[in-house]
Ligand binder design. Structure first.
Ligand SMILES: *Cc1c(COP(=O)(O)O)cnc(C)c1O
Length: 381
C-alpha cells in the first residue's frame, strides 16, 4: 500500500529519543523548552507552548482567549473535527463559514457577509479559526482586517502548515493572528509521534496557555496569591489539564526540525511533478495563493465530474494506492447534525467535498511509487 502520508524517521531521530530514555528526565526536562525555542526561532513568533497534540493546543488557545459559555467560535467545515470541537470543550457555540471553491479555505467574503448578519443580530464571534488546508495559507490579511473591524480574535489552525510562508512570514509567526497552532501527528510535516504547539506574540496568552496545559498550576513565586510556603509550594489558579508534551516527543520533534526545510522542498518537488505529468486530465489542483509557499501537507485534486469520485477512489485503493478525502464537512457529522446543522447550509464546502481526492504526498514517496500513481490516473481517465 502506498500511504497518502507518512513520517520519515532516520537514525538521528532514533538516537535523540534513546538519549532521552537514558537521561534523568522523561518528562518536564530540558527537551520541551529546547523544542519550543526551535519553533520560536523558526517561525519568528515570540512565544511557543508545546503540548501533547494540536487538539490540546486548540483547546488551551481557546481557553486563553477567554472562550466560554455563550460565546461563538467560527471555523471552516472543510477541516478535521478538532478545529471545531475546541470551542465546544469551552462550552461555547460553534458555527461555520463557507469556503472558497478553488482553495477550500475559509472565504473572506463569506466571512464578511456572515459577520454583517451576526452584527445585526448581536451574536458576533469571539474567535474565528481559519484552517490552512494542505498547508496553503488562507488570505490572512483579509481575515485580520475583518478581525479589527468586527472585534474578534483569530486562531490559525496551521496543523498542516509548518514550514510554509505567507507574504514573507513563516506560518506560525502570528503576523495576522493572536495564536497559531501546529500538529506533529505522523502524517503532518514533521512529527513528535503525538504533539502540537501554540505560538503567539502575546506574553499573557502564552502564560495562560502554559497554565492550562498543566493543571492550572503555577510554581513561579512572583505569581503566588498566598504567601510562598517554601520550595514545595505551588498554586492552582485555574482548572487546567495534563496536556504536557513529554521529553521523548520533544527530542523527536527537535531532531525533525533539522529536516523541516528538506521535507517541505521534497513535498514541493513531488507536487510540481504531479502537475507536470497530470495537467491534461479532467481535474483541477488545489494551489497555494500567489503570495505563499506551502508546506504541502496534502495534494488535493478537484474532479470536474463529481459522479466518478467513488469509482476512482475504489480503483486507486484496489491497486494499493491509499488515496483519501480531506475532509467530510464537519457540520454534516452526526454529532453536529444533532446540534441543528443541516445539509445545504454551506453549499460551496459541500460541493468541494464531493469532488475532492487526496493523492499520496510525503517525503518517503519514491519516484517509482509516484510514477505508479500517475500511470494509474492516466489509465483511469
Ligand atoms: C491533524 C489536525 C488537527 C489535530 O491534530 P492532533 O495533533 O492530531 O491533535 C487539528 N486540525 C487539523 C486541521 C488537523 O489536520
Amino acid at each position: 500500500m502506498i500511504p497518502y502520508g507518512k513520517q520519515q524517521i532516520n537514525q538521528d531521530d532514533i538516537d535523540a529519543v534513546v538519549e532521552v530514555l537514558r537521561s534523568d528526565f522523561l518528562t518536564q526536562g530540558p527537551k520541551v523548552p529546547a523544542f519550543e525555542q526551535a519553533i520560536m526561532d523558526y517561525t519568528g513568533a515570540q512565544y511557543a507552548v508545546a503540548v501533547n497534540s494540536a487538539t490540546s493546543a486548540l483547546h488551551v488557545a481557546a481557553l486563553a482567549l477567554g472562550v466560554t459559555a455563550g460565546d461563538y467560535v467560527w471555523t471552516t467545515p472543510i477541516t478535521f473535527v478538532a478545529s471545531a470541537n475546541c470551542a465546544l470543550y469551552c462550552g461555547a457555540k460553534v458555527d461555520f463559514v463557507d469556503v472558497d471553491a478553488t482553495t477550500g479555505n475559509m472565504c473572506p467574503s463569506a466571512l464578511q457577509a456572515k459577520l454583517e448578519t451576526a452584527k445585526a443580530q448581536g451574536c458576533l464571534p469571539k474567535v474565528v479559526i481559519p484552517v490552512h488546508l494542505c498547508g496553503h495559507s488562507c488570505d490572512m490579511a483579509a481575515i485580520a482586517a475583518l478581525a479589527s473591524e468586527y472585534g474578534f480574535y483569530v486562531i490559525e489552525d496551521a496543523s498542516h502548515g509548518i514550514g510554509g510562508i505567507h507574504q514573507g512570514n513563516k506560518l506560525g509567526s502570528c503576523r495576522y493572528s493572536d495564536i497559531s497552532v501546529f500538529s506533529f501527528h505522523p502524517v503532518k510535516i514533521i512529527t513528535s509521534a503525538e504533539g502540537g504547539v501554540a505560538t503567539t506574540n502575546n506574553a499573557d496568552l502564552a502564560a495562560q496557555m502554559e497554565l492550562y496545559r498543566s493543571h492550572g498550576i503555577t510554581k513561579e513565586s512572583h505569581k503566588m496569591r498566598r504567601p510562598d510556603e517554601g520550595d514545595w509550594y505551588y498554586e492552582q489558579h485555574a482548572l487546567g489539564f495534563n496536556y504536557r508534551m513529554n521529553e521523548m516527543q520533544a527530542a523527536l520533534g527537535l531532531s525533525q526540525m533539522k529536516r523541516l526545510d528538506y521535507f517541505v522542498l521534497k513535498r514541493n518537488k513531488l507536487a510540481e511533478l504531479y502537475r507536470k505529468k497530470l495537467n491534461h486530465l479532467p481535474f483541477s489542483w488545489v494551489d497555494p495563493l500567489c503570495d505563499s509557499q506551502s508546506a504541502r501537507h496534502l495534494e488535493i485534486i478537484r474532479l470536474d465530474d463529481i459522479s466518478i469520485r467513488k469509482q476512482l477512489f475504489n480503483e486507486m485503493r484496489t491497486v494499493g494506492i491509499q488515496v483519501h478525502v480531506h475532509y467530510f464537512p464537519v457540520h454534516l457529522q452526526p454529532y453536529y447534525l444533532n446540534k441543528g446543522f443541516r445539509a445545504g447550509q454551506f453549499p460551496v464546502a459541500e460541493d468541494f467535498y464531493r469532488r475532492i481526492l487526496s493523492l499520496p504526498l510525503h517525503p518517503e514517496l519514491t519516484a517509482e511509487q509516484q510514477a505508479t500513481i500517475v500511470e494509474t490516473l492516466v489509465t483511469f481517465f
